[in-house]
Design a protein around this ligand. Structure first.
Ligand code: AAT
Length: 284
């Protein structure tokens, strides 16, 4: 038996390698998709050679993209998810009985279909959730046509700003998100990592643009074992709500959701950033 290893290159001289059993590979119009299996991480998939979701650690990312916003505005009813074709983000949003409408815009239908086949842990929401409507179009185009004030929450669960995800990191996109949000609206976006130079550069650029668009623009952190360096960020932007002073832990606890990563202590702590990250966010 030959050992097969998948490697994700973090820099020219650092990579993460995982021993794999390949399950499926294809090239779509948008990106290359590979599904693998590994004893430690379970089934996982990559897009253009970068790990997106593994069965073992996806809960961390998907809880952290979703729950902080609901603990700041427990009245969220209309949600737009951009990207997130694996379904993990939609699964967490759908846990709120108060949510009335979930629109999800995924550019690549094949991600959804393959996740339904290989990753039901995240993708089963697509068949079981009547409030959710899937749109297979580019999020950049969808947001241009979204009516003013049509969403309480926009979650940008996107790939990195190379390939199809690029347009989701532009000033024009953030401006449309601002317009499409209600007065208490919140935008949470996949904000890259502060650690390795490639992602750090992207995260600085994204933050500058979001800061230029929203009066409240913060960043929060979490630990993601299968993303480069394990130290990952989401952006939090809002018109009026502050993620720390408007945090309502008791209200959130009344939802009575069982979570494995997110809790009120983690919420407050996640917005406290290491000094080197704070410095990167204030640099030009
Ligand atoms: N839930 C964590 C998984 C992802 S995948 C991100 C998804 O965004 C992919 O399915 C991709 O097809 C979709 N996508 C990319 N560009 C667009 C676009 N322009 N419009 C709509 N959907 C898009 C995120 C992983 C983060 C990885 C960090 N290293």
């Amino acid at each position: 038996m030959i050992d097969l290893w998948f490697s994700e290159n973090y820099t020219d001289d650092v990579r993460l390698s995982i021993k794999v059993e390949p399950l499926w590979s294809e090239q779509t119009k948008f990106q290359r998709i590979d599904f693998f299996k590994n004893p430690t991480f379970g089934t996982f998939f990559t897009l253009d050679g970068l790990i997106m979701v593994t069965e073992k650690d996806e809960f961390i990312y998907h809880e952290m993209i979703c729950h902080p916003a609901f603990a700041i505005n427990p009245g969220i009813q209309r949600v737009l998810i951009i990207g997130g074709g694996d379904g993990g983000t939609a699964r967490e949003v759908a846990r709120y009985p108060t949510v009335q409408q979930i629109d999800q815009v995924e550019i690549d239908e094949r991600v959804v279909r393959l996740c339904q086949q290989y990753l039901p842990q995240t993708a089963s929401v697509f068949a079981n959730e009547p409030r959710l409507q899937l749109h297979f179009v580019d999020g950049v185009e969808f947001i241009k046509n979204a009516p003013d004030g049509s969403y309480d929450l926009i979650l940008v669960d996107s790939t990195d700003p190379i390939g199809p995800g690029e347009g989701l990191f532009t000033l024009e996109f953030y401006r449309h998100c601002h317009r499409a949000l209600t007065a208490n609206g919140i935008l949470v976006n996949q904000h890259e990592s502060p650690y390795y130079p490639r992602e750090a550069q992207e995260m600085k650029r994204a933050h500058q643009k979001i800061k230029a668009t929203f009066p409240i623009a913060r960043v929060y952190q979490f630990f993601m074992p299968t993303y480069p360096s394990g130290h990952w960020l989401f952006g939090f932007a809002a018109k009026t709500l502050d993620p720390v002073t408007d945090f309502k832990p008791e209200r959130w606890q009344q939802f009575n959701l069982k979570t494995r990563y997110y809790n009120p202590g983690v919420h407050t702590a996640a917005f406290a950033l290491p000094t080197y990250v704070q410095e990167m966010l204030t640099e030009d």
